[in-house]
Design a protein around this ligand. Structure first.
Ligand SMILES: *Cc1c(COP(=O)(O)O)cnc(C)c1O
Length: 425
């Protein structure tokens, strides 16, 4: 689809932020419309029966595409112009061969796992994980006879390998979330790559997938550090306006082929309208995320100095010697805009603070233009095992703050005012 679209000037390649407004779309396809219309259609007319036969053969992997041949449009559970243009644009940030979009981040994760796991195998996963992923991994997968092996913060490569050996099952996949939701713990992607390569069979590679929702696509590029797959909850920074639910997976053609087939069968693709909204969002992704990170650095410093706050976990505050500092320097290109902090007191103080916020909204989700705060222990991570939660630092004092694009002085005023309410409890 991107064929014929200029991606360089005088031999110099253009940056993703310059290509987001038009890449992979040509106005002559749609009466000269500068922007891609919403292709609100369930199905696509074939010119001939032979053409329909060829498209299905390609979509189902029954035939190999000729050089440069792409599968044509069939039915919006398989493909749609808005989604194909969007997928091409998404590949630019992570420099991926191919992208797939989904109806949610959970749809992206579930489809990827079901395409790669089989009964009797094991999944290695970092912890903590987003609440929905945690449930999938620890509740749903065991009922399909897939064992989950936890890689917790601070474990060495040898300790992780010992755990895999102790599980006594072939490892089928590694799923990482780094930085982890909600604590910002970091995990080394190169370590996961080494573990996967060590345990892989001749013709049975072990895919390493990274949920890059917290930093990507601007601040971390997992494919460059050895990952095979990058997963996004596109609901967050990519969508960025708290008005859509979507997901994405990026990687090589080879890795994405079985996931694309699973998406067709499971029906987990996004709608054309969602695809169109995401294209709108991608135009300002770089702008938004840079402003959000700038604001977050100021806010993290403010919280770190505040007497009502006992600890702040923000990548921009990591110093030499802190857990994760080395990984941060090697793997991340910026601190992002997710701040987790522990308030003095307990649930009562945390709730008094959240209830007193005015500009910052009390809501789950993250990555949006407006700042959002929530209480992971009783909200996003309510369903996680209580002992496990306490061990990982997800306690009653923890607040997760997603910093938006508002005026930073106004945000600090709101936080300062709400913290004084928490203090006077
Ligand atoms: C929100 C989130 C998800 C789930 O995404 P949905 O779009 O809500 O389905 C997965 N992983 C992380 C890290 C998230 O923050």
């Amino acid at each position: 689809m991107s064929e014929g679209y200029e991606t360089s000037i005088a031999g110099k390649p253009l940056s993703p932020e310059s290509l987001m407004m038009g890449y992979a779309y040509r106005p002559e396809w749609s009466e000269g419309a500068l922007k891609s219309p919403i292709f609100q259609t369930s199905t696509f007319a074939f010119r001939t029966a032979a053409e329909g036969k060829r498209y299905f053969a390609l979509a189902y992997g029954l035939a190999e595409p000729e050089e440069g041949e792409e599968c044509g449009l069939i039915y919006s559970r398989l493909n749609n112009p808005d989604l194909e243009i969007l997928e091409d644009r998404l590949t630019l940030w992570d420099i991926a061969e191919r992208g797939l979009v989904f109806s949610s981040g959970m749809a992206a994760i579930t489809t990827t796992l079901f395409a790669n796991l089989r009964p009797g195998t094991a999944l290695l996963h970092t912890a903590p994980l987003y609440g929905g992923t945690d449930h999938l991994v620890n509740e749903t997968l065991p009922s399909w006879d897939v064992t989950s092996i936890e890689w917790s913060p601070g474990m060495t490569e040898d300790e992780v390998l010992e755990r895999i050996t102790a599980a006594g099952r072939p490892l089928a996949m590694v799923l990482m979330e780094t930085p982890a939701n909600p604590t910002n713990d970091l995990f080394c992607i190169a370590t996961a790559r080494r573990i996967a390569d060590r345990l892989a069979g001749e013709d049975a590679p072990i895919p390493v997938a990274v949920d890059n929702t917290f930093l990507g696509p601007i601040w971390q590029h997992p494919l460059r550090h050895g990952a095979d797959l990058v997963i996004y909850s596109a609901t967050k920074y990519i969508g960025g306006h708290s008005d859509l639910i979507a997901g994405a997976v990026l990687g090589s053609d080879e890795m994405l082929c079985p996931i694309a087939q699973a998406r067709t069968v499971m029906g987990t693709i996004a709608t054309p309208l969602t695809g169109w909204l995401m294209m709108r969002s991608l135009e300002t992704l770089d702008l938004r995320m840079r402003r959000q990170a700038e604001n977050a650095q100021r806010i993290a410093a403010f919280l770190d100095d505040h007497p009502a706050v006992s600890r702040v976990s923000y990548l921009g505050l990591l110093d030499a010697g802190d857990a994760g500092h080395e990984t941060y320097k090697r793997q991340c290109e910026g601190p992002g805009a997710m701040i987790s902090f522990w308030i003095e007191g307990g649930e009562a103080e945390a709730f008094a603070f959240l209830d007193a916020l005015t500009l910052v909204h009390l809501a789950v989700s993250l990555g949006s233009t407006e700042s959002l705060a929530e209480h992971p222990a009783t909200m996003t991570h309510a369903g996680c095992d209580p002992v496990e939660k306490a061990r990982l630092g997800i306690n009653d004092c923890l607040i997760r703050l997603s910093v938006g694009v508002e005026n930073v002085e106004d945000l600090i005023l709101d936080l300062s005012n709400a913290l004084s309410k928490g203090l006077s409890q």
